[in-house]
Ligand binder design. Structure first.
Ligand SMILES: Nc1nc2c(c(=O)[nH]1)N[C@H]1C(S)=C(S)[C@@H](COP(=O)(O)O)O[C@H]1N2
Ligand SMILES: [Mo]
Length: 197
């Protein structure tokens, strides 16, 4: 079963294509460096910080959590949008539920194997469309696109979607990630063109 989330734009704007974006048919790869070698057998996914129960999951344990497939749009801050991406994975709320968030958690930092980080307010993460994705288009997620596991954030510019994600840190105060420290927006709403700031 595929859940279609491509109408979520109605919550934010009038058109499915956000202002200043152009549709692309391809799926460009955008990484700050190369693709890190990540061996799923050696890999652990950690949930830590403001949680009741810190988690350290193997890739197999992650695959055992309830998963879902969603049809989503993907908006890169450099101006391209790709419609109708099929991502399979575990939702952020499912993971948050397993760890139990403490009442003072307000912000999230995503950590990746290439040293990349990105941050979002917790409320922007507690949505069914925020997936920890291990599948793309019915196959394993390709390494260039963040395999074995990446985050997808169809309601935000795609730099919020950490590829090769190794963990999430629940924060009691906002902190800024890699691009956010270099001038990109912390909230990154494509329909409000929150590219910088
Ligand atoms: N770990 C990591 N995640 C990352 C990046 C990165 O350099 N490292 N780039 C971000 C940016 S700027 C974008 S637009 C998307 C691109 O995803 P794609 O390469 O699958 O198109 O990944 C985001 N996630
Ligand atoms: Mo990007």
């Amino acid at each position: 079963m595929v859940t279609d989330t491509t109408d979520l734009y109605r919550e934010f704007g009038d058109s499915r294509l956000p202002p200043g974006q152009q549709q692309t048919d391809g799926f460009p790869v955008l990484s700050k460096g190369g693709t890190p070698a990540v061996d799923p057998a050696e890999w652990t996914f950690e949930v830590f910080g403001a949680v009741d129960e810190p988690l350290a999951l193997s890739f197999d344990e992650l695959l055992e959590l309830p998963g879902e497939t969603q049809r989503q749009d993907f908006h890169c801050v450099t101006g391209w949008s790709k419609f109708d991406c099929l991502f399979t994975g575990v939702s952020f709320p499912t993971i948050a539920d397993r760890a139990g968030l403490t009442s003072d958690a307000v912000h999230v930092m995503f950590h990746s194997a290439d040293g990349y980080t990105t941050d979002l307010p917790l409320d922007d993460c507690l949505r069914e469309e925020v997936l920890f994705a291990y599948g793309y288009d019915g196959d394993d997620l390709p390494a260039d696109h963040g395999g074995p596991l990446r985050v997808v954030t169809p309601h935000k510019y795609a730099y919020k979607g950490a590829k090769w994600v190794t963990g999430i840190e629940l924060l009691t105060e906002p902190e800024r990630g890699y691009w956010e420290q270099r001038g990109y927006s912390s909230t990154a709403d494509p329909w409000n063109e929150e590219r910088y700031g």
